[in-house]
Design a protein around this ligand. Structure first.
Ligand code: PLP
Length: 392
């Protein structure tokens, strides 16, 4: 049988042969925000979503190790049957309280959470309305649910209202939006989305993957930042970014969570996190709840980089988040720039189509609370120098 790889495999092989392949660096060791890579030596890590540096926290590491000592390296099975330890139980309770919702439910990952929620709650008589720049997992859930799929232009509230007005014939309406958009780093107009949802009797789901721990006065995410947390029906988040751990979660009403716990295959039929991971998440939640200083540090570092780059005329879109886009245009430029930076000791992510629109290729900077002013100065100076080389 012949498979069609759409030229992608050839392209990857060419980049590898030319030693220009920018993805999948082999990480040999990590020390805070520095990493040793197999083929590039020691680098400053700017391809990080560990915004608060919690993956490196000694107290959290110790809690994780304690959990292994007490429970072993894994649970017996899926969470609902035999994998719900006291740690998982406390983590769900803690996440519900933190998100100011009645209940919370853990999933193996954020992607599982998005797919699990939408496929379980929505069906062929319903409509799911997504912002066009939402995370791919929200679209995957929408497609699998069999619901009608409508997408509104990014953050365009007039377009959203038109779609809501046209969707009154559907049984149920769910509006789904990222809180912080992962490729652009901007914040969704959640307050306005909730106002329209009320007007047209729709539910609102906010994916807080990049926002929880960072935005809002208490770090609850973009909905808190927008003053709309109480109006959001379903808050989804992940422990794979600011928590420095892994695992998805959903916080919502008791009824929604009870239903999902028994009806979402992404929960019932997939192994939950091992105790060591749940323990790291729980310890990270405690740090985040007392995390004003960490939040201030990452946002100050982010502000410095954004302001300096923008003052030099570099296109960071409407980004405000510690995931900063530097839009350069073509795929070749984005890959070339990431490789050029790597040769100078800086690891960033290259983002190319289909993850971003054609012509919108970019590098993405991940700024953390751990970066020093010297790290930021080196990054910014190299980017300014690179403008002359790659013309962006
Ligand atoms: C990272 C991310 C996810 C997926 O989370 P994982 O826990 O890594 O699966 C979902 N939504 C958004 C917006 C993300 O940025």
């Amino acid at each position: 049988m012949k498979l069609d790889f759409h030229g992608l495999v050839d392209e990857v092989n060419q980049l590898k042969n030319a030693k220009r392949y920018p993805f999948l660096p082999i990480v040999e060791a990590v020390d805070h925000h520095r990493a040793r890579l197999a083929d590039a030596g020691e680098v400053r890590m700017f391809a990080s979503c560990d915004y608060l540096g919690l993956s490196q926290d000694e107290g959290i590491k110790a809690r994780s190790i304690d959990a292994i000592a007490k429970y072993g390296t894994n649970t017996f099975g899926a969470q609902i049957y035999s994998g719900h330890t006291r740690i998982h139980h406390s983590l769900e309770a803690g996440l519900a309280a933190f998100m100011e919702k009645e209940a919370a439910l853990l999933f193996p990952s954020g992607m599982h959470a998005n797919i699990g929620v939408i496929t379980a709650l929505m069906g062929p008589k319903d409509v799911v309305i997504n912002d066009r720049l939402n995370h791919t997992s929200l679209f995957m859930g929408t497609q699998q649910s069999g619901a009608k799929q409508r997408n509104f232009r990014h953050a365009d509230m007039n377009h959203l209202e038109d779609i809501l007005a046209e969707s009154q014939g559907c049984e149920r309406r769910l509006i789904a939006t990222d809180g912080v958009f992962s490729a652009d780093g901007d914040i969704a107009p959640i307050k306005e989305i909730c106002r329209l949802a009320k007007k047209y009797d729709a539910m609102v789901m906010v994916d807080e993957a990049h926002a929880v721990g960072i935005f809002g006065k208490q770090g609850r995410g973009a909905a808190e930042y927008e003053g709309a947390l109480a109006d959001v029906d379903i808050v989804m988040g992940t422990m794979s970014k600011a928590f420095g751990s892994v695992g998805g979660f959903v916080a919502a009403s008791d009824d929604i969570v009870t239903y999902l716990r028994h009806a979402a295959p992404a929960y019932t039929s997939s192994r939950g996190s091992p105790p060591a991971v749940a323990a790291a998440s729980l310890a990270a939640l405690e740090k985040i709840r007392a995390g004003d200083a960490l939040r201030a540090a990452v946002l100050a570092n982010t502000g410095f980089v954004l302001t300096t780059l923008r003052n030099a005329g570099i296109n960071c879109l409407n980004g405000v988040a510690p995931t900063i886009p530097v839009v350069v245009g073509t795929k070749e430029k984005a890959i070339g720039l990431s490789r050029w930076l790597l040769d100078r000791g800086i690891l960033v992510s290259a983002m190319v189509p289909p993850t971003v629109p054609p012509g919108g290729s970019r590098i993405r900077l991940g700024i953390t609370a751990l970066h020093s002013q010297e790290d930021l100065d080196v990054l910014v100076e190299l980017l300014l120098e690179a403008r002359g080389v790659f013309d962006f």
